[in-house]
Design a protein around this ligand. Structure first.
Ligand SMILES: N[C@@H](CCC(=O)N[C@@H](CS)C(=O)NCC(=O)O)C(=O)O
Length: 208
């Protein structure tokens, strides 16, 4: 039986990176899909620590906050660095990715029509920071010489940005190569090619 369960709306949303990480780590998981009508009844919401989904279960351990899922899986599956210093850097980059994801989600949900063009214009100013880190590290990963949960998080955010602006990585060779390398990892490739992945919209409002 799958040890992990994700309870979430029918969307990639805040579980995109978790699902990619689980796939790459060769893990199985169960999905409990909550539709809008069910959620609006309010019973499930009352049981969620912050009144929101996604929810992640690892046996008896119940978590909310999608970045906590990634950190937990990082510890469980050896994707949280080789020592405390690497772990601290991984946290730092994961938080940097989260800053970009938050800006992206604000644009998608609050100002898509009025702010999309300005967002895309400003995007290189954010991408260049990650480009510099990857160009310097040389291993192909953000930290050290092995994949971490921050890499999955960055990868997922970059995939979403390539949908928003297909040429956005063209002037960033290290980011381009990072996306190509992770996309070609056999288990990630199989997941990205699957119906389970393709059938879900990126965002809950259909904008991308
Ligand atoms: N910081 C949280 C954000 C969770 C969140 O924004 N959940 C939204 C959907 S993506 C939600 O539950 N919306 C319904 C509601 O607030 O009632 C995380 O990363 O998990």
């Amino acid at each position: 039986m799958a040890p992990y369960t994700i309870t979430y709306f029918p969307v990639r949303g805040r579980c995109g990176a978790t699902r990619i990480m689980l796939s790459d780590q060769g893990q199985e998981w169960k999905e409990i899909v909550v539709n809008f009508e069910e959620w609006m009844k309010g019973d499930l919401k009352k049981t969620c620590v912050f009144g929101q989904l996604p929810k992640f279960e690892d046996g008896d351990l119940v978590l909310f906050q999608s970045n906590a899922f990634l950190r937990h899986l990082g510890r469980r599956h050896g994707a949280y660095g080789k020592n405390d210093c690497e772990a601290a850097h991984i946290d730092m980059f994961a938080d940097g990715v989260e800053d970009l994801r938050t800006k992206y989600l604000k644009m998608i949900y609050q100002e898509y029509e009025t702010g999309k063009d300005a967002y895309i214009k400003d995007l290189p100013n954010h991408l260049c920071k990650f480009e510099a880190v990857l160009a310097k590290n040389k291993s192909g990963f953000l930290v050290g010489d092995s994949i971490s949960f921050a890499d999955y998080s960055l990868f997922e955010v970059l995939l979403n940005h390539q949908v928003l602006s297909p040429t956005c990585l063209d002037s960033f060779p290290a980011l381009n190569s990072f996306v190509a390398t992770l996309s070609a990892r056999p288990k990630i490739k199989a997941f990205l090619d699957s119906e389970d992945y393709k059938k879900l919209p990126i965002n809950g409002n259909g904008k991308q």
